[in-house]
Ligand binder design. Sequence first.
Ligand code: NOJ
Length: 473
Amino acid sequence: MIPLRFFRFIASSVAANPIKTNFKSEIKELNIDRKDFGHDFHWGVATASYQIEGAWNTDGKGESIWDRFTVNPKNVKDRTNGQVATDFYNRYESDLVLLKDLNFENFRFSFSWPRILPDGTGKVNEKGIDFYNRMIDKCLELGIEPWAMLYHWDLPQKLEDLGGWTNRDIIGWFSEYADLCTRMFGDRIQHWMVLNEPASFTTLGYLSGMHAPQKGGIAKFLAAVHHASLCQAEGGRIIRENVKESHIGTTFSCAYTEPQKRSGRYQRASERLDVMLNRLFIEPSLGMGYPYKELPFIRKIDQFIQPEDVENLKFDFDFIGIQNYFRVTSRPSLIPLIWANRVKPSANAEVTAMGWEVSPEGIYDIIMQFAKYGVKEIIVTENGAAFHDHLKKNGKIHDRQRIHFYQRYLQNVLRAKNDGAPVTGYFAWTFIDNFEWDEGTRPRFGLVYNDFKTQERIVKDSGFWFQQLLNKF
Ligand code: NOJ
């Protein structure tokens, strides 16, 4: 098994960052103007059910693998859990009003599979359907476009008890769920996404075991990868069948990889990481098969492939969602399996509270890499940063570093668009500080601060910065 340190950057101190507080002048200074992105560009924020909803056992919701994982507080760094999270289940109306006040026009959320189908299949939880109906209707009433994600990691525990993503039956379970969601909500939702970051949930959940459901080993990992790839395509087909004039995507975690030195061994290490981080899920969907060449152990996936799968892995997505936070420098290592290691950011590098290196040019490079596949549209479905936010006595949060982060990343998104990449949208991660998986509630990624004791929302300066940026043309 790959050591945990391979998957985790250790958080280190945040570099000081001298930028001005006058947001208008910063926009000018860094030359960011929403007009440059075009009238049709989709501006939004992204969220995920388990990270915000709370109401973990309310109104008939079933148990998810994250409910189970967090029962043991030791699994989460700060011993918190998502039982209440940001209480979006009860506060969705005021949150959506706030979102609209900040001038966002698009809201990405995910359906909680066990809220809709408590056992994963079979009996439908009408109260769960009602919740999403009310939430979607509120979006539409406010003039917010809902963007629905089918799966953002909260698998019903009942299905995990049967093997979860390692069991081929998940294709049928997932199809039933996707069919139900699209029939229930497809009359009001045009934009759909199938899977959130399959490389993350298969690697962290079924290889390293750092995330729910804490499984490990190559065979489990490869089975999960193949079944998720098949569901990725099958989900796309179901949406196309059930939703008229749909706009269908799926999302990939990605990070531009570079060798630490320009020698052959380093170059090859970088190519192997590139397969794991960026290529494993998009290439089969494009009909290119799994990328075996640079990473021969992937060939073991053949044991799970049935003849009809070769065709079934393909789906012609309308857009590809890329989710980027950092870039990766790699060097060869003695770790079996992939023989590559990520180099930690240097001591003077600017890093976020997650220990991730701030690398705005990295988002340009990775967008250009994905554009080479010739995909129809690329949407940045997640980008953002956790920093150590301080709530001042006057009730304000001056998160200049986050503003500066967004300015530089957006500049590079625009550069990629101007250089010919078909970028049509950008979603900030995330709207309100939430439950960051095994890290708990400590990392704050929000444009809005959440007091987890009182559930009070406080707009950070970065939220006001977006409000100004997105002010009507
Ligand atoms: C990726 C995931 O989709 C999201 O759930 C997570 O919170 C962010 N990245 C930040 O780590």
